[in-house]
Design a protein around this ligand. Structure first.
Ligand SMILES: CC(C)(COP(=O)(O)OP(=O)(O)OC[C@H]1O[C@@H](n2cnc3c(N)ncnc32)[C@H](O)[C@@H]1OP(=O)(O)O)[C@@H](O)C(=O)NCCC(=O)NCCS
Length: 389
């Protein structure tokens, strides 16, 4: 019989971390790794599955905030460290952990990054945000004009204090962006100190600091230099453009690699839009609407007409029922449904990455008036979550 417990002390947290790492085929944390990892264990948010006295499965959440379409910010659980001991898989351990986590989380929405695409749909998570992996041919990348602000390099000590403040001030620029927790910054700081060549630059405009960028450059056997963008956050178009001017004017660099939103306008920045190559599009945000009425009411809607959607949610039946979605907002209704949709697919359309009509074409949702629902849920920008966890 699998029992789920909330862990509460450091020895249990370390056993939790070791189990998760083994499930990922990694070794246990070294003392140095553990010192950096411990701050990410938040009391009350760490679950483990036990068979008798043996820990056999893990998960936890990091608490924070997420931006939804329209600009509102809601409490958010970032779900992480999901693992089941290899000698206990496919016996329902993860299912027990997910049931407990979803029924006890204090937050109305949860997101995660999935190691495999088949795991989380059954628990009500939908693929809600994808990202483009871009490679820029830096030697041919010409941005006409001059920068309008100033870019300065900052020391790791300054970055440690400044970056969390800047991220708090303007890090939630797109739907799907989440706030960063103290443990996230502890691990980022560790990456910075272990990668000796990691550079941080900060942009300032007329109102002060309004963008930052962390990158590192490596050299291949043919002496070509490749720059990887590790973190790139900006408050306005000038900061974004100036930081790209900085990157593309760096000496010696041949290529620049970066993750960007599906609708990122980077191609249009350059004289020659072909310097930007999309190397991959991959799934990033898996989203679970934990409190459907609250989350439907939290975002704004476009369009001109309303629809009624009927939501099915086996794991959290309080979400079941019909909701009228209109340009003025969303709320429960007894009216007849236009569209019937399971909660994982409602999660998939929630941030605007996927359309109702695309799901209808694959026969994964039923009903009519999908074009009206598309117009209601469409947003001016694609979602993104630039905080990896
Ligand atoms: C993924 C993992 C957590 C699943 O744990 P588990 O205890 O085996 O899952 P459950 O037994 O509760 O499985 C529930 C259902 O999901 C299915 N499932 C679980 N993991 C799956 C996977 N990786 N691929 C396909 N199906 C999977 C099971 O077959 C089962 O289906 P059923 O209800 O139709 O029988 C576990 O295999 C693991 O630790 N994997 C390695 C680490 C990892 O990838 N972690 C996720 C990080 S995001």
């Amino acid at each position: 019989m699998t029992e789920i417990r909330v862990l509460s002390d450091e020895a249990q947290y370390r056993a939790h971390n070791t189990l998760f790492r083994r499930a990922m085929h990694w070794g246990p944390p070294t003392d140095e790794q553990w010192a950096v990892t411990l701050p990410s264990y938040e009391p009350g948010r760490v679950l483990a599955a036990f068979e008798g006295d043996e820990m056999v499965g893990t998960t936890q959440t990091f608490g924070g905030r997420m931006r939804v379409p329209g600009g509102a910010v809601v409490p958010h659980s970032a779900v992480s460290r999901v693992g089941v001991r290899a000698d206990y898989t496919r016996r329902g351990v993860l299912s027990a952990l997910m049931r407990e986590q979803l029924s006890t989380t204090p937050d109305p929405v949860a997101t995660l990054r999935a190691s495999e695409g088949r795991i989380y749909g059954r628990f009500g998570y939908g693929l809600a945000g994808r990202v483009r992996f871009l490679r820029v041919d830096a030697k041919r990348a010409v941005i006409p004009g001059s920068p309008v602000g100033r870019v300065r390099m900052v020391d790791p000590d300054v970055a440690d204090k400044l970056l969390p403040e800047l991220h708090d001030a303007f890090g939630l620029g797109r739907p799907g962006e989440i706030s960063r927790w103290p443990g996230w910054w502890a691990r980022a700081r560790d990456r910075k100190t272990s990668a000796e060549n990691l550079v941080t630059v900060v942009h300032s405009g007329p109102d002060g600091d309004d963008g930052f960028l962390c990158y590192k450059v490596s050299e291949d056997k043919d002496f070509r230099h490749h720059l990887e963008v590790e973190d790139f956050v900006w408050a306005n178009d000038d900061a974004w453009r100036d930081l790209w001017i900085y990157l593309t004017r760096l000496d010696l660099v041949d290529t620049i690699e970066v993750d960007a939103a599906l609708d990122d306008p980077l191609n249009w920045l350059f004289e020659d839009p072909r310097v930007v190559h999309t190397k991959d599009v991959y799934d990033q945000v898996w989203l679970r609407l934990v409190d459907v009425p609250r989350m439907l009411a939290a975002r704004t809607y476009g369009g001109a007409e309303s629809v009624v959607i009927e939501v099915h949610d086996k794991l959290l039946p309080a979400n079941e029922g019909r909701y009228r979605i209109s340009p003025d907002g969303a709320g429960r209704t007894d009216d007849q449904a236009d569209i019937t949709i399971p909660v994982d697919l409602l999660g998939a359309v929630y941030l605007g990455d996927t359309k109702f009509s695309d799901l209808a074409a694959t026969k994964r949702i039923e009903g009519a008036r999908f074009d009206v629902a598309d117009a209601l849920f469409a947003g001016p920008v694609a979602p993104l979550c630039s905080t990896f966890f």
